[in-house]
Design a protein around this ligand. Structure first.
Ligand SMILES: Nc1ncnc2c1ncn2[C@@H]1O[C@H](COP(=O)(O)OP(=O)(O)OP(=O)(O)O)[C@@H](O)[C@H]1O
Ligand SMILES: [Mg+2]
Length: 470
């Protein structure tokens, strides 16, 4: 039921109930302690008075003939007005009574008489109609084993009752007032504390409506709300970034596929415009085939990347001799480089074993070597070097080619990203190779580092963890 209310109402109600409980508990405790203390004070003063009275009676040699006045002359403390005295005969008959009690007698209760016969004092509370309750102390006076008199000291409990009533009255008024004040305060505080939440909700609604550029403006505090807002903002920023990336990616992919399609369409239309010798058709078909190959390569790479995104690409995990693999690739690349008059040489090569998928690692290294050749000038050199560190293998592929501007170095691993110099140098690239390389390296718990000086060359270093030695 309570869950249908707003947090503000719930907080206030919880707060109020807790406070009410505390107030009641404190009032109860205070009342009980005070009542007990006041009553024991009364009992104590009765005891003191009884001691005086007993002493007086004993000294006067009580009997039916002495009077209260005679006693009071000797013992002025007996005439204190807030207490009264009665002296009973062993039969329970009143023999002496303080004057201000003359209005009515208070009989000695059977219990008190019984106890007196046994030599014990008795405390009693008594209540007469229309009067405040009384507290009585009956003390026996004995001679030997014989009961001579019973001295009774009494006092009204009116002051005690009055004080306790007053206290109760204060509680009855103060508790609701305190509760109301606390509820109002709680309501106000809860409202204040929840205000940023309201602001966040509104902002989140605007963002949910589609505006991912919106950010929450929360106070830059490190409290719960501040952290919530910060977390929220980070999340939106990431969403924003990934939406943008998806958009750019789709745009880039369509663009990359449209270019070869446009070329093919243009060439085919031109060829069909009038009859031509078979040679011409052949050359158009050859050119189309080239474009088709390019497109199917893009589609393959895109499919691969899409599958990596979905976590669907399976990787083998076997020991791979990286040095042998690098040598093999170097031989293969040396042939590729001949076309461009680029030499591919291999420098240091230490025996290194890594754990992973040989085919994917080959693809990774080939892609990097292919780039190094592609972005070299004629007569350039590409050199491979493999070293074994303490816990990682480092394979570097260095070229003396066009280089990469510093501001582009972080972005070349993005899908479809190509530097302007690269576009001018080689028209055929798609910009997907390095994204694939990066994914393969990371799938092997490794990474790729780039160092490059524009116009002087680049060095890509693949760092791969060593295979666990058995
Ligand atoms: N060795 C290099 N020297 C200079 N620039 C490089 C080098 N390697 C990569 N680049 C830059 O990084 C970009 C991305 O490289 P990537 O391999 O992903 O794409 P690509 O080589 O252009 O196309 P492809 O998908 O055919 O490999 C290149 O376009 C180029 O700008
Ligand atoms: Mg490439």
């Amino acid at each position: 039921m309570l869950f249908h209310f707003s947090i503000r109402v719930r907080l206030t109600l919880w707060y109020g109930s807790a406070l009410l409980l505390i107030l009641i508990a404190v009032a109860l405790a205070l009342y009980t302690v005070l009542a007990r203390d006041l009553r024991s004070q009364v009992d104590q003063s009765l005891e003191e008075a009884a001691v005086a009275a007993v002493r007086a009676v004993e000294q006067q040699g009580a009997g039916p003939f002495i009077s209260f006045e005679a006693l009071a002359v000797e013992f002025p403390e007996l005439a204190v007005l807030d207490k009264f005295f009665q002296i009973f005969s062993p039969a329970g008959k009143i023999t002496i009574q303080s004057p201000h009690l003359k209005q009515h007698d208070i009989p000695l209760s059977p219990t008190a008489l019984e106890a007196a016969l046994l030599g014990r004092s008795t405390f009693e509370s008594a209540k007469f109609r229309g009067e405040p309750p009384l507290r009585l102390l009956s003390v026996p006076i004995r001679r030997g084993a014989l009961l001579v008199n019973v001295v009774q000291v009494g006092t009204s409990l009116h002051p005690v009752e009055h004080t306790l009533h007053r206290l109760l009255g204060v509680f009855l008024i103060a508790t609701p007032v305190a509760l109301l004040v606390a509820l109002a305060g709680g309501w106000f505080l809860a409202g204040r504390a929840l205000k940023p939440v309201e602001a966040i909700t509104l902002a989140a609604q605007r963002i949910a409506a589609g505006d991912l550029t919106q950010r929450l403006t929360a106070p830059p505090s490190s409290d719960e709300i501040g952290r919530l807002a910060a977390t929220f903002n980070t999340m939106i920023a990431r969403l924003d970034a990934s939406f943008r990336q998806v958009h750019r990616f789709t745009g880039d992919a369509s663009h990359e596929l449209r270019t070869p399609l446009t070329v093919m369409k243009g060439e085919t239309e031109l060829a069909l415009r009038r009859p031509r010798p078979a040679e011409d058709y052949k050359s158009v078909l050859e050119s189309n085939l080239e474009e088709i190959e390019r497109m199917s390569r893009i589609v393959d790479e895109l499919l691969f990347l899409a599958r990596t995104d979905l976590g669907e690409v399976r990787m083998e995990s076997k020991p791979v001799r990286l040095d042998a693999l690098v040598q093999d690739i170097q031989r293969q690349a040396a042939v590729l480089g001949q076309d461009q008059q680029v030499q591919v040489v291999s420098g240091t090569s230490e025996p290194v074993t890594v754990q992973g998928d040989e085919l994917r690692l080959r693809e990774l290294i080939l892609n990097l070597v292919d780039n190094a050749i592609k972005y070299s000038h004629r007569g350039g050199t590409v050199s491979l070097a493999l070293t074994r560190g303490r816990d990682a293998a480092r394979l570097s592929i260095a070229d003396s080619g066009i280089g990469i501007p510093p501001e582009d170095q972080a972005r070349i691993f993005d899908r479809f990203y190509r530097t302007d110099a690269a576009r001018a140098h080689d028209k055929k690239g798609t910009g997907l190779g390095l994204s694939i390389c990066k994914w393969i390296a990371e799938a092997h718990q490794g990474r790729i580092e780039v160092q490059s000086t524009i116009g002087q060359g680049s060095q890509f270093t693949v760092v791969l963890p060593l295979a666990p030695s058995r």
